[in-house]
Design a binder for this molecule. Structure first.
Ligand code: SF4
Ligand code: SF4
Length: 85
């Protein structure tokens, strides 16, 4: 499937532990990535500094659901289930 316009749920809900330009310690769950532009697009999309974890992530029906809100809920729940105790 194709990534939805103006979604960015997967750039907000999950935590990212690897450094992101402008976020040297990665980002916390629920934190908006500083590399998102005003149109919710990744400024690093074709850039080599884009984290590997971002490059590997592919849109899928499981993750993206049918709306940004649904994807945010799904990814937030997933984050809660997978975070270390
Ligand atoms: S959750 Fe899916 S549709 Fe939304 S930005 Fe990420 S890949 Fe694109
Ligand atoms: S670097 Fe780009 S793809 Fe990765 S979380 Fe930030 S905006 Fe999203």
């Amino acid at each position: 499937m194709k990534c939805r316009e103006k979604c960015a749920a997967c750039c907000i809900a999950p935590s990212i532990s690897s450094p992101i330009p402008g976020m040297p310690n990665g980002k916390k769950a629920g934190e908006r990535c500083v590399q998102l532009d005003d149109e919710d697009r990744c400024r690093l999309f074709m850039h080599r500094d884009r984290p590997v974890v971002c490059r590997k992530l592919q849109p899928s029906e499981d993750m993206c659901r049918t709306s940004k809100q649904e994807a945010l809920v799904y990814l937030t729940e997933l984050e809660e289930q997978t975070k270390p105790d």
